[in-house]
Write a protein that binds this ligand. Structure first.
Ligand SMILES: [Mn+2]
Length: 357
């Protein structure tokens, strides 16, 4: 296990590499070329520059989150091969620069969805929150407008303004795409990229849909153990694996997180570990990482990762906004640093216990 922090690059992130380096037990960042559009080739020079910047701060690039998938690939339109060719070139360039983990998602139109970016908790911290009632009462085309005022001026991943300007066209594009079609298109994409993943030993780690059910009538497939098993069987290659995101799978209370991790042994390439607090089945908010602050048993989640021999990068996920910090919602320094320290503590205790047996 390697503890890491997600970092959006010096142009976009309020958190610096120098700060990340001072979090005890964190040796790497999960990063991206935030200003490349889906479908663009990542040049070897740009990757090399990013790597140099991270390494000169005393950290390493532990993986990429994300290399985004162009809509043509998700929809399966005629020009998808061109975009898959570009994706393959990006993977080649990453592999040549010794980067072996790529997180991506296959969500139509919206990336993760929340209805509030700054819900106040009793301790005065603010968190991202989701209410199904709110979703049911708003027009998806207004979704972006409704949350952007709370973003502290940050560009949220998956919610880039120029993308959201075309929201109507995006919905039209997905009109005939149902779950089966989305599975087919994912299979086509994975089959085409697996040879380059084999060549450069690149683990592809699909991020679950968040929340883990269809929103606004759009299909979502990476939502449950059955569906991920189907995905892994349809392209049976160890490089076709998952990002186990506790906070995303955990939105659906039917998902038993430790059981899922155990069932996915060997195919979890990357882990996002965070906690949610359910107020009711269809209203949840993000909590601090501590088990007692939310609805998940974080010890059992870490124990399942430990027991299955997980050796990839792990990162704390969305944190609360605390201590007056102004940052991209979910991605401040302070609460994620607390999360990393807590998860490292759980891991140390589990490790010592196991070794003393
Ligand atoms: Mn996640």
């Amino acid at each position: 296990m390697e503890m890491t922090i997600r970092w959006f690059g010096s142009k976009y992130d309020t958190v610096t590499l120098e700060q990340i380096r001072q979090i005890p037990g964190v040796s790497g960042v999960i990063t991206t070329l935030y200003d490349t559009a889906p479908g663009e080739i990542w040049s070897i020079e740009a990757i090399r520059d990013l790597k140099k910047e991270v390494e000169s701060a005393g950290l390493n690039i532990s993986g990429i989150e994300s290399v985004n998938i162009h809509d043509a690939i998700k929809v399966g339109s005629e020009d998808r091969d061109r975009y898959i060719d570009n994706y393959i070139k990006t993977l080649e360039n990453l592999g040549r620069e010794d980067i072996h983990l790529v997180c991506y998602n296959f969500m139509p139109v919206f990336d993760w969805t929340r209805t509030e970016l700054a819900r106040k908790r009793p301790d005065g911290s603010t968190v991202l929150a989701y209410s199904q009632k709110t979703i049911d009462s708003i027009d998806p085309e207004n979704m972006f407008a409704s949350i952007k005022d709370d973003s502290n001026g940050a560009i949220l991943p998956g919610w880039e303004p120029d993308r959201m300007e075309h929201i109507k066209e995006l919905f039209d594009l997905y009109r005939n795409v149902d779950e089966e079609k989305l599975f087919d298109n994912l299979k086509y994409f994975l089959e085409r990229i697996m040879p380059v993943c084999d060549r450069y030993d690149i683990n592809m780690a699909i991020h679950p849909d968040d929340p883990a059910w269809p929103v606004f009538g759009l299909p979502r497939i990476i939502t449950s153990l059955d569906n991920i098993m189907r995905m892994m069987k349809m392209v049976d290659n160890v490089h076709n694996g998952v990002t186990f995101c506790a906070g995303s799978y955990g939105t659906n209370r039917a998902n038993d997180l430790p059981t899922m991790i155990r069932a996915l042994k060997g195919r979890v390439h990357f882990a996002h570990v965070r906690n949610l607090k359910f107020n009711s089945d269809d209203d949840f908010e993000e909590a601090s990482h501590l088990s007692s602050d939310g609805s998940f048993d974080m010890y059992e989640i870490m124990k399942a990762l430990y027991d299955t021999g997980f050796d990839g990068p792990i990162r704390p996920d969305h944190g609360r906004m605390i201590w007056g910090e102004k940052a991209m919602p979910g991605y401040g320094l302070y609460d994620r640093a607390l999360g990393a320290a807590y998860l490292n503590g759980l891991w140390e205790a589990i490790d010592k216990n196991e070794k003393a047996k």
